[in-house]
Design a protein around this ligand. Structure first.
Ligand SMILES: Nc1ncnc2c1ncn2[C@@H]1O[C@H](COP(=O)(O)OP(=O)(O)OP(=O)(O)O)[C@@H](O)[C@H]1O
Length: 377
């Protein structure tokens, strides 16, 4: 547990970067510091490993004031990941990671074995280990940075905008990977970002800072979206916060209705009979959706349903609650809104069609969730 107690940092030029911060970072959780540029996120983070010392108040790590700890020793228990990974360009990827176990007294062979293990853990293919950092993509470099930070097996991990320099698709991938790693490792992670979407996606708890280094709100992502403390937080979490809040409710409670399906390669005449409200989903042998057909598209096919001529299908959402993979209400609503037939396709864990929902059904499920108190109104 990391406790900030009335922590203030005033730089020598008079700038107050952090002002009276009181906050407790829980063990085994991801705590995100988010806020506009210059609000003191990085300063707050760096005070945890004593790269910066506060000018007022105190920070406790597991009940002990960190001022009583020798900084190098303190940092052994605190991994640190930054934007652009901060790797040594002239050492191989393997050696970049192996540096840490070497520093903590492991032999060369053991250090390299540990490094190889960590690279695998963060999802890097083996051949990457022999390359040098400039020969890696930005996303791969970030993974190496995470592997290196984990090398000493520190209970605490500080991450300062680690994924900001990569494109949105890679970023999404890195975020998923972090969540997967965390579900295995249970580290205490403090993560700085200026991106509220990222904060909401990965944070167990999110601390929103305002400029001047003051904490505006510290809450779970869903509470932040449902009950922003003031106008600043409300505008920071954004206009579509109601829509984003749907991402926290699983679609398991949404009644899925049967949806018309026709096999690819089946007879057009039969497919025409199967249409419901003018549409049917074309599926492969495993009942996985390939796209939609309407009376009009069928009229352009001769004889059999041609998988090359379908109306493309919109997003899908999962309802396989037994596998614990149910999508969210947001996924379900998006599926309905993006479907050419206005019916969102629900699939099971294997991707087979199990039915469909309309936007009205999703909204009715949301209204039910509100009535039962599952979500604040
Ligand atoms: N060494 C320093 N000397 C003086 N002022 C500083 C110093 N470092 C940071 N600051 C100021 O302290 C404030 C907080 O900076 P900090 O880097 O903690 O913010 P941040 O929220 O992480 O910002 P960003 O998202 O832009 O990185 C800013 O006004 C910044 O200009």
């Amino acid at each position: 547990m990391i406790e900030f107690r009335d922590v203030t940092k005033q730089y020598p030029d008079g700038t107050v970067a952090v002002d009276g911060l009181d906050l407790t970072v829980e063990d085994g959780k991801i705590t995100v510091f988010v806020g506009p540029s210059g609000c003191g996120k990085t300063t707050s983070l760096r005070m945890i490993n004593r790269m910066i010392d506060p000018t007022g108040g105190s920070i406790l790590l597991d009940g002990k004031d960190i001022r009583e700890s020798d900084p190098p020793l303190l940092r052994r228990g605190i991994g640190y990941v930054i934007q652009h990974a901060g790797l040594f360009p002239h050492r191989t990827v393997l050696d970049n990671v192996a540096t840490v176990p070497l520093l903590t007294g492991a032999g060369k062979r053991a250090a390299r074995a540990r490094a190889a293990e960590l690279l695998e853990l963060v999802g890097l293919p083996q051949e990457v280990a022999r390359r040098y950092p400039p020969q890696l993509s930005g996303g791969q470099q970030q993974r190496v940075g995470v592997a290196r930070a984990l090398a000493a097996d520190p209970p605490v991990l500080l991450m300062d905008e680690p994924f900001s320099a990569v494109d949105p698709v890679v970023r999404d991938d890195l975020q998923q990977q972090l969540l997967r790693l965390q579900s295995e490792l249970d580290k205490t992670i403090v993560f700085v970002t200026h991106d509220i979407d990222e904060a909401i996606k990965i944070g167990d708890r999110v601390a929103v800072f305002r400029v001047g280094g003051r904490l505006a709100q510290y809450d779970t992502p869903s509470a932040l979206l449902a009950k922003p403390a003031d106008d600043f937080v409300s505008s920071f979490v954004g206009r579509d916060r109601g829509y984003r809040a749907l991402g926290f409710l699983t679609a398991t409670g949404v009644p899925v209705a049967p949806v018309a399906t026709v096999p690819a390669g089946g007879e057009v005449a039969r497919a025409r009979e199967a249409l419901v409200d003018g549409w049917a989903v074309v599926v492969d042998e495993e009942r996985r959706p390939l796209g939609w057909v309407s009376a009009e598209t069928l009229s352009q096919m001769d004889g059999s349903v041609d998988a090359e001529q379908l109306v493309s299908g919109g997003s899908l959402f999962e309802v396989d609650s037994t596998a614990g993979t149910a999508g969210s209400l947001r996924n379900a609503l998006d599926a309905a809104l993006s479907s050419p037939a206005a019916v969102g396709i629900a699939v099971d864990g294997r991707g087979a069609v199990v039915g469909g929902v309309t936007a009205q059904t999703v909204l009715a499920a949301l209204a039910d969730a509100r009535r039962s108190g599952e979500v604040p109104g």
